[in-house]
Write a protein that binds this ligand. Structure first.
Ligand SMILES: [Zn+2]
Ligand SMILES: [Zn+2]
Length: 829
């Protein structure tokens, strides 16, 4: 008899807790649950003196823990595993590789709505409509939620008059009555649209004809009816009436709103609301799945399949506008037809754009979207649906690599060069592109990396033959790559050909394009009005009280803001140092560009696309819609315009200031500048007419512009890779960055120095750089020092990581360094 079958034996389970602790915790199983125990199911457990947490069973055995008395499990949340063994394996791999704790990975991986804890907040589930399911105590909780909107864990205990409310929460979640969330942003607000349909009495053909007669002499009302029938052909398909037509459809067709009201009042039409998904597409919006690949796409597609015969990872290097998406779609269709699951990873921003809508149209119900801008509840839905086998295809951001896949056949990483695939804070500081290779290996899946501007690391692997390499060097259709012109702003300034930050050529180009009725994009990677506010008398610059950075002036809100910590203050009238009133805004943010551009092009309609104008998803989508419908002539935008956007009428792109990204002190600066400028330039002329690009710089003879102008990635690559090899940077070495922080500058310096010395002894002097002060020495009142560890390829990493962990423990145990934080960043960006 196995121990699981025995009702007699005392069982213990090792539980992975969502906490930064090194070990699993062991709990005792109440005997009645012996038979329910399985790895991968969630349990609610007590932790410490008063905490309650949701953990994951990772092992079942009969050994009590040695050094503590095991507490009992409080609740079992699942009948069958919600997390697979493969996932648990991946959590541990990530923790090990990125030097954090498995519990931190688990915490990031599992949506808050799947974790009951003493931190939980609950809200009503808006789609719950079956109160008869609830017992007495649950009804009280439901009623209180109706009044208050939200309740925390302790309040539920009080209201229901129980010691621990986890049982009630579990039961109500199970009945679909409530949703759990952790943070305010996770609160679920369904997207609701208003629809109109014919009242049931008029549904039959007979009645309908009668109605048409009745309305005959009311032209406005009959127009509404005819509009409705055009989209909902009732005579042929009466069942369609149930679905109704969006109310906005009537106003878009400029039909009389008061007549529609009258029709509703007279009980001919009725109005109702439906909750739709964020990318809500009705079935009739389906796009034809059978599009043709052109000759070069077809060839690329075939080569990818061929490469996959030999290799697990293939890089698709295709220039901007070459039609990589169509190739992805073919591959996805094929994988799905084979019964495989598919994961399509996109950088954060690209996910709200046209490409996802398109995928949704093609794959419909098969596709689940996993996005951090979605509420937690939607993420819970995707997770559960995958467990149930409902979404064979997932489009998602980096954290979707932690979803419960069981038979992945293909992972696509689009825009693989994007830095946002690496998580910065908090731990785990994992890279989704690199981690998904481990995921793919565990599941026997293939990985396709796609980019117009691959990362040097990836391209190196392809050149070395470790990855397959497939290239697409032509644009799709008749489109050609844009021409790229450089403007020397220094020379132009001397010749009095600058108006503020605008060269006369730039103004001329935008004007011309506007007169032709075409759209332009003006790119500046800086939001706000101006990055500095400086005193003209003593040179003082307004800076953050908590960070060593200048405050950015935002003119719309008349505020100075820190982009690092969120600190803000009202606009100053006087210099804080000398008292002079001669304060001047220096440099250009998108707000200032928008303002000055309006003076140069008074008739143009300008739209600004940056973090400040697109905070909400609706704002972002309506801006996109405005651009698409031609209501905007010039878009002024930050790097969020660089990704995935495809506007037919956009023919001109201008880079306002290319210098900052080139001169950034980082070994990846040139690679990043090439990627950013090429991607932004790639928005121009994606359809038929050749686009044009203008770049303002004060160093036009810089080599990088030659590469950009010739769209010559290979030359950039060979030049940069030599430098990397010469200076032992990735891909020729592995980096681990240590970020040491404390509120006291001398303490952080001492801790960093001692750590640096100890590591130099253990690792060898050549492998440890620093400690050094970073570009910004103080953030959120913490002083920062950095140490960089460089290890040649081929070294046994595990040994070094153990040494490093020991050293971290030593620092933590040193009394004077109490309060010092050391962040470990493996493969830093
Ligand atoms: Zn001053
Ligand atoms: Zn700050």
């Amino acid at each position: 008899m196995s121990l699981l079958d025995s009702e007699e034996s005392t069982l213990f389970v090792d539980v992975l807790l969502p906490l930064p602790i090194p070990r699993h915790f062991t709990y005792r199983v109440p005997r009645v649950w012996n038979e329910n125990m399985q790895t991968g199911i969630r349990v609610v457990v007590p932790f410490g003196s008063s905490k309650v947490l949701t953990g994951l069973i990772v092992a079942i055995h009969t050994q009590p823990p040695k050094n503590y008395q095991a507490k009992y499990l409080l609740e079992v949340l699942d009948d069958s595993p919600l997390v697979t063994l493969d996932q648990i394996k991946l959590f541990h791999w990530v923790a090990d590789y990125y030097m954090c704790y498995p519990g931190e990975v688990f915490q990031v991986a599992l949506p808050a709505g799947l974790k009951i804890s003493s931190q939980s907040k609950v809200q009503l589930n808006p789609s719950f409509d079956d109160p008869e399911l609830l017992n007495e105590k649950e009804l009280i909780v439901q009623q209180t939620l109706q009044e208050k909107g939200a309740l925390v864990y302790d309040e539920i205990a009080k209201i229901a008059d129980v010691k621990s409310p986890y049982h009630i929460i579990k039961s109500m979640v199970g009945k679909g009555a409530i949703l759990i969330y952790d943070e305010l942003k996770d609160r679920y607000t369904p997207k609701v649209i208003r629809k109109i349909r014919l009242c049931q009495t008029w549904e039959s053909n007979e009645k309908l004809l009668e109605l048409i007669k009745i309305l005959e002499d009311k032209p406005k009302q009959i127009a509404i009816l005819l509009h409705y029938l055009r989209f909902i052909p009732l005579l042929r398909q009466p069942e369609l009436n149930q679905k109704g037509l969006e109310k906005s459809s009537f106003s878009e067709a400029e039909l009389s709103e008061s007549s529609l009201k009258t029709l509703i009042k007279n009980q001919i039409f009725e109005s109702f609301e439906v909750i739709i998904s964020r990318f809500g597409q009705d079935a009739e919006d389906f796009e034809a799945q059978d599009f043709e690949l052109n000759v070069s796409q077809q060839a690329a597609y075939q080569s990818i399949l061929q490469e996959f015969q030999q290799k697990d990872v293939v890089l698709l290097h295709g220039i901007t506008g070459s039609g990589k998406t169509e190739i992805y779609i073919k591959l996805i269709q094929e994988a799905l037809a084979n019964g495989d699951q598919v994961l399509y990873l996109l950088p954060e921003i690209a996910l709200t754009t046209q490409i996802v809508i398109r995928l949704k149209r093609i794959f419909g119900e098969q596709v689940g979207i996993y996005h951090s801008k979605f509420s937690d509840n939607e993420r819970v839905e995707v997770w559960k649906s995958i467990v149930e086998g409902k979404y064979p295809f997932v489009v998602g951001v980096r954290s979707s690599i932690f979803l419960p896949f069981s038979n992945l056949g293909l992972i696509i990483v689009d825009e693989e060069h994007e830095a946002s695939f690496k998580q910065q804070d908090p731990a785990p500081r994992y890279h989704a592109r690199d981690t998904c290779m481990v995921l793919a290996k565990n599941q026997g899946a293939k990985v396709l990396l796609g980019s117009a501007t691959p990362s040097l690391e990836t391209f190196y692997q392809a050149k070395e033959g470790k990855f397959g390499l497939v290239q697409l060097k032509e644009r799709y259709g008749a489109a050609q790559l844009p021409t790229i012109q450089l403007i020397d702003t220094k020379a132009a300034g001397k010749m009095k050909q600058m108006k503020g930050g605008f060269s006369l050529d730039l103004i001329e180009l935008l004007k011309e394009n506007f007169n032709k009725g075409k759209q332009s994009l003006l790119f500046q990677n800086r939001r706000g009005y101006s990055p500095y506010l400086q005193c003209q008398d003593c040179d003082w610059i307004a800076s953050c009280t908590q960070c060593d950075v200048s405050l950015t002036y935002h003119s719309k809100d008349q505020e100075l803001r820190c982009h690092y910590c969120g600190y803000k203050e009202g606009l100053l009238r006087r210099c804080a140092a000398c008292g002079s009133t001669q304060l001047k805004t220096m440099g250009y943010g998108t707000e200032k560009i928008e303002e000055e551009l309006q003076l140069h092009l008074p008739d143009a309609r300008i739209g600004r696309m940056d973090l400040d104008t697109t905070r909400s998803k609706t704002a972002f989508n309506s801006l996109i819609a405005e651009i698409q419908s031609g209501n905007i002539d010039v878009i002024v935008g930050t790097q969020m315009v660089a990704k995935g956007l495809d506007f037919e009428e956009l023919s001109t792109v201008a880079i306002f200031d290319a210098d900052k990204s080139i001169n950034f002190p980082d070994f990846r600066a040139h690679e990043r500048a090439f990627q950013l400028i090429t991607q932004v330039a790639g928005r121009a002329g994606r359809r038929s007419e050749q686009g044009q690009v203008l770049i303002q710089t004060n160093q036009p003879s810089h080599r990088i512009f030659e590469f950009i102008q010739n769209n010559d990635f290979e030359s950039l690559y060979s030049e940069e890779i030599q430098e990397r090899e010469g200076y032992h940077y990735p891909p020729f070495s592995r980096l681990i960055k240590l970020i040491i922080k404390h509120v006291d500058a001398p303490i952080v310096e001492q801790a960093a120095r001692e750590m640096g010395n100890a590591l130099k002894l253990k690792f060898g002097h050549g492998r440890v750089l620093g400690p050094e002060k970073p570009l910004i020495e103080r953030i959120r009142n913490q002083f920062v020092m950095e140490i960089l560890i460089k290890m040649e390829k081929g070294l046994a990493l595990a040994k070094f990581k153990t040494l490093l962990r020991d050293e971290l423990d030593t620092i933590k145990a040193t009394k004077i360094f109490k309060g010092v934080t050391v962040v470990v960043d493996v493969d830093p960006n």
